[in-house]
Design a protein around this ligand. Structure first.
Ligand SMILES: [Zn+2]
Length: 237
């Protein structure tokens, strides 16, 4: 192939490389995996909180049970004192009865708290069991999503490598002065700067070129530019 056509090919390959690099940054499966991972971390946080609530409830129950034991012991002592027959003063008896009633109220309140706490624990156990099932499901979905994303990344990287191989080959084949001309034009025009001319039309801006351009383009060593868009013209048919 002629040098100029190879230069056009280099331009197209470099455009494809840029597109693939962009694609690599915005792969849908990678974006989905990242979102899923964030959601999974939030879920783990939620699960951790449920487990902490459960542990706290367990601790409270233990505390209530110790308290209940203490109150029961005190009540026993108060009752045996009350029925010992050793207290004769009516006032003292009345005060002791009052104490017993107050302790009994405390005991009954505490028993209610214990029942509520046991119910909370039961619900907490159910909640944690459900969260564990959901964790397993979410983990599996995340792993699947990760595999999918990795495969997509590997595919695009593979394609990129092939394109870069072709780019290297073209860089070795094309004359250095043409490559530097191409780089300079590319910088100036910020886009396609090598135009493949077909049927007398500029391949970039689509303007119809005067017939004299064809013979000029075919003259070895001569560089012809489109008067409209400034691109270097390369015969394409
Ligand atoms: Zn043009």
């Amino acid at each position: 192939m002629e040098q100029l056509q190879l230069l056009w090919e280099l331009q197209e390959i470099e455009r494809e490389i840029r597109q693939k690099e962009k694609e690599l940054q915005n792969l849908a499966s990678v974006i989905k995996y990242k979102q899923q991972k964030t959601a999974f971390l939030d879920f783990l946080e939620e699960k951790k909180k449920a487990e902490e609530r459960y542990a706290g409830e367990k601790k409270s129950l233990k505390h209530y049970e110790i308290e209940l034991q203490n109150i029961s012991d005190t009540l026993k002592e108060l009752n045996s004192e009350l029925y010992s027959g050793k207290i004769s003063s009516a006032k003292e008896l009345e005060s002791l009865e009052k104490k017993v009633r107050s302790k009994e109220k405390e005991k009954s309140d505490l028993e209610e708290k214990i029942l509520a706490s046991m119910e909370n624990l039961e619900n907490g156990e159910k909640e944690i069991a459900e969260l564990k099932i959901r964790e397993k499901e979410k983990k599996e979905a995340l792993q699947k999503s990760n595999t999918h994303a990795r495969r997509d990344v590997a595919n695009v990287r593979g394609e990129l490598e092939l394109l870069k191989g072709k780019q290297d080959e073209l860089m070795r084949t094309i004359d250095a002065h043409l490559i530097s001309k191409y780089r300079e034009l590319n910088n100036r025009l910020q886009g396609r700067c090598i135009s493949l001319v077909k049927k007398g039309f500029c391949g970039v801006c689509n303007v119809s070129l005067p017939s004299s351009f064809r013979s000029r383009m075919l003259t070895p060593g001569e560089l012809v530019f489109c008067e409209n868009c400034g691109c270097l013209l390369v015969p394409g048919d």
